[in-house]
Ligand binder design. Structure first.
Ligand code: SF4
Length: 446
């Protein structure tokens, strides 16, 4: 069970030295209990207290990194049941299945598709994150050969070695040594041997069971064998089972701090029918999966699942915003137009996208309005004539442009006169209300 603030306080030095940034040890203890601080902020905590508190203050869903390098995927670390309570921390990873019964050319083709799956959406890179290499042949040699093809064609992509055959797992895991692969996995029948393979190869161990009782018994035993990093599969395959089991696992981890289920969840949702698969993906993403295994890469399916994942894992307390500055779009010359908008990410990406579509090189001045859109920022007094004038003056854009003309969003046409008053020598032009009218607007200017 999680410790209370007072229980934590008893283990702290009680000197109120403030080095942790809190006025008293009690205040720090309260923050620790709410998981709003971490123990390493107190430099004077004893080793004994570290041991007790380290375990108690660890996130209820164990954090771990799957894969290595810049494509590594962080998992776990979740602390809430509902996104609006705080935020969901690490977006779930999508893995596409590759069976070792496919020809080498087909395996290579899917691996290359994974590498090319990345899209840019609202400034974030979204992609199929991993490959689940399935030992459908049951043959260790075939799995190893497929592993080598995947390693060559999709270097750096995290890999799940999907086999319950210990010999096959051992042969394939060596191909990804130092790449922190995931072996899926351990069952009641093979867990001792699988635990040894995972330990020897510093791999994460996927643990599969039929139901939560069997699963928690198994993770406990595996932990006893010295494996800490596990991902868990309750055996849920149908929509209803995924909702039920994933919810029970998350609740046990968060509400009861029940360590045997405090691990990232893996859901296998492969289906012949892509629509059915996409629907199961939606359920897995919204209900706590850390890894979702898909049967294929289809762009429409990716887009739907990527977008949902991005929305679910966006911090609801922080508006998505971009940095305040003057962005060049294309290669603007001194006579190129200068637009202004606010720094809400979506506004920025839509406006800059439409300017790009117009093929007219421009400058886009993006003003910090705490991540609010144009109308909201104007209504909140953050996108006013004096603030716009101050920003434009301080940005120094004037020295880069031939004509002092600023194009403002049509929604704040009302500001044009007062901006002209506050920016002497500037011409203020009212642009379109909607970004999709920007290309026509630019064309009409010749
Ligand atoms: Fe107490 Fe440690 Fe914070 Fe000092 S740094 S006030 S000892 S909790």
């Amino acid at each position: 069970m999680a410790l209370t603030g007072v229980e934590i306080f008893k283990l702290l030095p009680k000197t109120n030295c403030k080095k942790c940034g809190h006025p008293t040890c009690l205040a720090f203890a309260m923050k620790l209990a709410q998981r709003q601080a971490t123990l390493d902020s107190c430099p004077d905590v004893s080793e004994e207290a570290k041991k007790v508190l380290g375990e108690a203050s660890a996130p209820p869903v164990r954090p771990m990194t799957f894969g290595a390098g810049d494509k590594a995927v962080k998992m776990g670390e979740e602390t809430v049941l509902f996104r609006h309570d705080k935020k969901f921390v690490n977006p779930c990873a999508f893995a596409v299945e590759i069976k070792d019964t496919l020809s080498e050319a087909d395996i290579a083709a899917i691996a290359e598709e994974v590498v090319k799956s990345e899209i840019d959406r609202v400034g974030q890179k979204l992609r199929i994150d991993a490959i689940a290499l399935t030992n459908a042949s049951g043959d260790a040699g075939k799995l190893e050969a497929a592993a080598k093809t995947v390693a060559a064609k999709a270097a750096g992509v995290p890999v799940i070695i999907n086999t319950q055959n210990t010999q096959a797992a051992e042969a394939a895991v060596k191909v990804f040594s130092d790449k922190r692969p995931l072996i899926y996995g351990a069952t009641a029948a093979n867990f001792e041997a699988m635990a040894n393979i995972a330990k020897a190869n510093k791999a994460i161990l996927g643990v599969g069971a039929s139901g939560l009782d069997e699963l928690s018994t198994l993770t406990d035993k595996i932990k006893g064998l010295g494996v800490e990093d596990m991902v868990i599969d309750s055996g849920a395959r149908k929509a209803k089972e995924i909702i039920e089991n994933n919810t029970l696992i998350r609740r046990a981890a968060i509400k009861k701090n029940f360590k045997p289920l405090g691990f990232p969840i893996i859901n296998f949702i492969q289906r012949e029918d892509s629509l059915h698969e996409a629907l199961l993906g939606v359920i897995a993403i919204t209900k706590y999966a850390s890894i979702v295994v898909l049967s294929s890469i289809e762009k429409w399916k990716n887009l739907a699942l990527f977008t949902l994942r991005q929305n679910i894992y966006t911090d609801p307390q922080v508006p998505m915003q971009v940095e305040q500055k003057v962005y060049p779009i294309g290669e603007p010359k001194p006579e190129s137009p200068l637009f202004i908008t606010t720094n809400f990410s979506l506004t920025y990406f839509i406006v800059s996208g439409e300017i790009e579509n117009s093929k007219v090189a421009s400058r886009l001045a993006v003003m910090d309005c705490e991540g609010l859109s144009v109308l909201t920022a104007w209504a909140a007094g953050k996108f006013t004539a004096s603030k716009i004038a101050q920003f434009i003056t301080e940005s120094g854009v004037e020295k880069d442009i031939a004509t002092k003309e600023l194009i403002i969003p049509g929604y704040v046409a009302i500001l044009s006169g007062s901006i002209e008053d506050k920016l002497p020598g500037w011409k203020i032009t009212v642009g379109p209300r909607e970004a999709n009218a920007i290309p026509a607007f630019l064309r009409s200017r010749g």
